[in-house]
Structure formats: structure tokens, C-alpha cells
Design a protein around this ligand. Structure first.
Ligand SMILES: Cc1cc2nc3c(=O)[nH]c(=O)nc-3n(C[C@H](O)[C@H](O)[C@H](O)COP(=O)(O)OP(=O)(O)OC[C@H]3O[C@@H](n4cnc5c(N)ncnc54)[C@H](O)[C@@H]3O)c2cc1C
Length: 449
């Protein structure tokens, strides 16, 4: 019998299992799919290299991701994104504009009207909201409607594939909300943080990274470290209690442990916990996961007029397109496309268009190409196209999410030995999942790794 049984070998479950083993625990990790990695999947096809889920990771330096890369000996495999990635494009009225970087760029940008720019000067004097509000309400109140439409809405689509009118500012954009909470103003808060940062001396700046062979290198390396303790192709069909222990039932047999961690999506945890607590299962199931489709397109370089000199292009909802945005993947990282070709990775669907995953490949590809043609100056059809559906992609931290988490935690107190983990709490970025898993390992496993 192992000390700790973990269900779900996405980045959360893999990191947790690895960190607990490093602390000397006996661990078992069960994964339903034939391979580990969860949302992290990479594909080589027709001399293109496509990351099908997450495409890049933010390494803030000194935090979990950096520690993990170091411990796994992967630093040599890391590729740092092209410096051009700091430029991000947004379109307004069908015109592609770079998001302004710095105060000078902000004054000159045609993305925002003069009225919107002047309104920003009054931001430090805007009052606070009494209770949680949507990201959209927060931004309208503090910065004005144009910042919502042309900067924050596309950002929210790019990160959450979500709806700014529904996402909770305190849960989904906690770092931004903290500026208001700490300083009463986003501008004052940002200035204060910059001063504190300077006073603390040089700190490692965040870097956007990938891996030479795609992001799956990270999860493959973790899986390799777990050798016999990771069982793939082993879906857990039910969990139960037995004499104070937990048991997971699989087609291959029952696995018993003193402690059980479900590192699966909230809806999958709900299915397993329904027989124990119907309200807990209901709260977990209430976290919505709209579907997203990744449409990867390869073109000869000369068939794309745009310089592709940036991270990508975000398309605000007000533009009325179904494409949420497109990454300039072959600009970001080397070896993504054959010579004289480029790889674009577009995303469709999300809270804005939840039916997208039900559509066939041809219509999804045609729809994206049609919308990107005037924006990026495409000529002709792509010579490579690959559609990947994520029917339940990203958990939405909607209004009421924090109260939901409190109810979930209260219910778990009555189920000793059970822990829930995963990207539906504490951040959806891969870096957040790693940090949360390392913190959980410390809590469950005690001592230093
Ligand atoms: C399309 C897309 C693009 C994204 N882009 C980015 C990005 O660019 N940067 C970034 O930082 N993040 C991005 N994310 C978010 C990030 O990928 C996820 O938040 C993160 O990978 C989630 O990891 P996890 O381990 O918590 O969950 P998951 O990856 O969902 O892993 C859960 C695992 O549990 C398994 N499982 C479920 N039920 C059972 C069961 N009953 N028995 C056994 N196993 C089970 C599943 O098969 C899965 O492997 C993106 C996500 C998606 C979907």
C-alpha cells in the first residue's frame, strides 16, 4: 500500500507525485489517458511542431517552474521566446494595432480615443467596490469602457477563453485586484510595486519559455522520474473508504492508500465524489469549462503579408469574429515550421462561442482562414492544418467562485484523508499549477524536498 494515491497525471498530479517522492513518500499516480501530461500535448506532423494545449509558460524565476526545470535537468532543453514576443497585436475595426508599450506609446496609440486616455488620469481617485464584481465591471469602473473592449476583453479571451462579464475580478485576476485592494488604485499600486521592486534590488524578470521539442518535454521528464509509480491507461471509475483508508477502483483492480488526492478537472472530481456528498459534487460540477479548439495553420512565408513580429494577435469580442486570437508560433520559438514557412496557432470557441468544438474540421479551418485573411494579409490556402478540440478546456473563475471554494473546503473537512487539487483553484497557468502542487507536497509531505 502506498502512502499517497494521486488520480490525474496532468502537470498538477505529476509535480505533486514527484515532489512527494523526493520527500521519501510512497506514491501511486493513476492516469486515465494512455500518456501523462493532461492538457500539455505536443505534435510533430509534416515538419511542423505544434503545442496543442498550452503554447508557452511564464517562468517568473526562483518560483516552482524554475526549480522544477533545474531539478529535472531540463535547462538545456528550454527555449526562451523571441524578444519580439513582447509586442502584442490587437485589432480594432478590422485594423491590426500593436498594444502600446510604455507611456509614450500609450499617448500615441490609435487604439484608445483621447477621451479614454484622459479618463485614465482620474483612475487613482475612483472609489472601491464593496463586494466582488465582474472583471468587466471592475475595468469599466476604474479604467473606462474602451479599456474593457480593446485591451482587457481580448486578454481575458486569450488567457481564459472566458467572458469578462462573468469572470470574478477577485478570483480570475487576483494580481490586478490586489493593486486596488492594497493601494486603492491600479496606477498607484503599480507605481508602489515598482518602487518596492527597485528597493529590493535586482530580481529575476519573468521569461516566456517553451521546450525544444514542445511543452510535453516537461511532463515526459516528470513521468520518466516516476517510473513504476505512474500507471497510465488506468481510469479511476470510483473511490471509496475502507477501514480509514481510501481505495480507487479501476478496471485493472483496486488501489489503496492512506491519503487520496484527486488532481483531476472539477467535473471529474464531481463524478467520483457524488456518492459521498451530493452538494460537494454539485459545487464542483458548477465550475464551467467552455470548449476551445486549437486550429494550427502552416503557410509558405510569402503567403503571409504581416511581419508576424510579435506574440500574436488578439481579436476583441466587439469585432464579431469567432477566432479569439492567433499565436505567431514560428516567431515565438524556433523549429516550429519547415524552412520558408510559418506556423500560426489560432483558438476558436470559449465562453464566447461554446458550440465551436461540435463543428467539423473543414468549417473550423475555413472560418479561421477567412477571418485572418484580411487581418494578416493571407494569400491562398494553408499547406498544413490541424484541428484539436478541447471540449472542456479551461475552468472559469466566474462570480461566486471564491464562495464556491469555501463551500468545497468546508465539505472536505468531513472527508479526512481526501484532498482536491488542479487548475480550478489558485490559477490556471501551468506555472500556477506547479507552484500549487509544490506547496501541497510541502503541506502533505512535510520537511524539505
Ligand atoms: C487549449 C489550452 C491552452 C492553454 N494555454 C496555456 C498557456 O499558453 N499557458 C499556460 O500557462 N497555461 C495554458 N493553459 C492552461 C494549462 O494548460 C492548464 O491549466 C494545466 O495544464 C492544467 O493542469 P492540471 O494538471 O491541473 O489538469 P489537467 O491537465 O486537466 O490534468 C488532469 C488529468 O486528470 C486525468 N483524469 C481525469 N479524470 C480521471 C479519472 N477518473 N481517472 C484517472 N485520470 C483522470 C486527465 O486525463 C488528465 O490527464 C491552456 C489550456 C488549454 C486547454
Amino acid at each position: 500500500m502506498s502512502d499517497i494515491l494521486i488520480v490525474g497525471a496532468g502537470i498538477t498530479g505529476l509535480t505533486l507525485a514527484w515532489a512527494l517522492r523526493e520527500r521519501g513518500h510512497r506514491v501511486r499516480l493513476l492516469e486515465a489517458r494512455p500518456e501523462a501530461g493532461g492538457n500539455i500535448r505536443s505534435l510533430h506532423a509534416d515538419r511542423y511542431l505544434v503545442d496543442l494545449g498550452p503554447n508557452s509558460l511564464l517562468d517568473r524565476g526562483g518560483e516552482g517552474l524554475a526549480r522544477l526545470i533545474d531539478a529535472l535537468g531540463l535547462e538545456e532543453r528550454v527555449t526562451v521566446a523571441n524578444p519580439a514576443a513582447s509586442r502584442r497585436y490587437v485589432c480594432r475595426n478590422g485594423k491590426v494595432q500593436a498594444l502600446p508599450a510604455g507611456p509614450g506609446g500609450f499617448v500615441r496609440t490609435p487604439l484608445f480615443s483621447l477621451g479614454a486616455k484622459l479618463r485614465l488620469l482620474t483612475e487613482p481617485w475612483r472609489g472601491r467596490a464593496e463586494r466582488d464584481e465582474s472583471v468587466a465591471d471592475f475595468v469599466r469602473r476604474r479604467l473606462g469602457p474602451e479599456f474593457l473592449d480593446w485591451a482587457v476583453d481580448p486578454f481575458v479571451s486569450g488567457v481564459y477563453a472566458g467572458d469578462a462579464e462573468k469572470l470574478s475580478v477577485r478570483a480570475a485576476t487576483a494580481r490586478i485586484y490586489a493593486l486596488e485592494a492594497e493601494a486603492g488604485s491600479l496606477i498607484r499600486g503599480a507605481v508602489r510595486r515598482a518602487r518596492q521592486g527597485r528597493a529590493a534590488g535586482p530580481t529575476p524578470r519573468g521569461r516566456l519559455i517553451g521546450f525544444r521539442d514542445g511543452l510535453h518535454e516537461l511532463t515526459d521528464a516528470l513521468a520518466a522520474k516516476l517510473d513504476g509509480d505512474l500507471l497510465v491507461g488506468t481510469p479511476v471509475n470510483g473511490v471509496r473508504r475502507l477501514a480509514g483508508n481510501w481505495v480507487a477502483d479501476t478496471a485493472q483492480g483496486a488501489v489503496e492508500a492512506e491519503r487520496l488526492v484527486l488532481a483531476v478537472p472539477a467535473h471529474a472530481a464531481a463524478d467520483l465524489l457524488e456518492p459521498f456528498k451530493r452538494e460537494l459534487a454539485g459545487d464542483l460540477r458548477g465550475i464551467s469549462y467552455p470548449g476551445v479548439v486549437n486550429v494550427a495553420l502552416g503557410f509558405p512565408r510569402q503567403a503571409v503579408a504581416h511581419a508576424l513580429d510579435g506574440f500574436g494577435l488578439l481579436i476583441p469580442s466587439r469585432e464579431g469574429c469567432e477566432t479569439l486570437g492567433v499565436l505567431f508560433s514560428s516567431t515565438l520559438f524556433p523549429n516550429r515550421a519547415p524552412a520558408e514557412h510559418v506556423l500560426l496557432t489560432a483558438f476558436v470557441g470559449g465562453a464566447r462561442n461554446p458550440e465551436a468544438p461540435a463543428r467539423d474540421d473543414a468549417s473550423l479551418i475555413a472560418g479561421v482562414v477567412e477571418e485572418l485573411t484580411p487581418l494578416l494579409g493571407l494569400t491562398g490556402a494553408p499547406d498544413f492544418a490541424r484541428v484539436t478540440r478541447w471540449p472542456r478546456a479551461i475552468p472559469q473563475y466566474n462570480l461566486g467562485h471564491l464562495e464556491r471554494l469555501e463551500r468545497i473546503d468546508a465539505a472536505l473537512e468531513e472527508l479526512p484523508g481526501l484532498t482536491l487539487a488542479g487548475n480550478w483553484r489558485g490559477g490556471i497557468a501551468v506555472g500556477d499549477c506547479i507552484n500549487n502542487a509544490l506547496a501541497l507536497a510541502e503541506q502533505l509531505g512535510g520537511g524539505d524536498a
